[in-house]
Design a binder for this molecule. Sequence first.
Ligand code: COA
Length: 280
Amino acid sequence: MSAVEREEDTVRYEIENNVAWVYFNRPAKRNCMSPKLNRQMLRVLEELEFRDDVGVLVLTGEGTAWSAGMDLKEYFRETEAQGLPGVRKSQREAYTWWERLRWYQKATIAMVNGWCFGGGYGPLFACDLAFCSDDAQFGLSEVNWGILPGGGATKVATELMPMRVAMYHAMMGENLTGPQAAQYHLVNESLPADQLRARVKQVAETLVQKNWATVKYTKDAVRRVREMTYDNAEDYLIRLQEGLNWFDKSDGRHVAMKQFLDDKTFKPGLGHYDKNKTEV
Ligand code: COA
């Protein structure tokens, strides 16, 4: 890769059937996250978030890596050379897009096609769902080079994995295979590499058929209630549903009730209502 890598080339995307496929696009550097990539990813996320033709965002990697974590040269060495202001600036640039992704307006899926290290756990956790190929490798490699898994990586490991597994994973710096990542809930499923895209496409296209407002409120509910007591969650979910009633301008729940109770054209237990029919 030349020294004149353009910021806008570090991420690319394509939109197909209401699904935005977003690529970490530094394959020669195993898609490690540089300040340029972090800035460009935020731009791309902002560009796609509220588009009417995007219902689901898939985050994947060009080449053999999903993301080899933070760029040791451009994110660590070169920003440290700028002192504390440089370090804090580059941290903010990374953490901002991960946070944006955690609360994204649309459903998000990590399609982990290869290496996933360290800082990569931030966007991995930020995505609502995650699928990987059996030959992907996941690692908290920080301990191998003298730092701790920061930038949320330790938090992600303990959020998703049992404590003993997270501890072993963080302390030993050994990689997990795709099937192990699925076993320890870093991802939903691990699949043979040649089946990964088809499975993710199927999940994405199923989500696209659903009511997008309902999906947004549902995914936020799952993330929020994890930190609440039962009573707080119960109360919050009442308020959230009432918020959704206002937010969903298509009045989806009444449309769906009609289709089930009156028209008898669908059963909620067996699939989604037809959101193209708007009669309540
Ligand atoms: N930071 C900076 N550069 C990185 C990088 C990272 N995290 N990961 C890969 N690269 C660069 C390499 O330095 C190399 O650059 P070069 O071609 O200019 O020499 C290039 O990407 C290809 O990497 P290479 O190591 O040759 O690829 P590989 O396929 O043999 O190995 C990895 C892939 C991911 C196992 C290996 O690159 C690696 O261990 N990367 C660091 C992973 C890590 O610890 N990340 C956590 C950071 S918090």
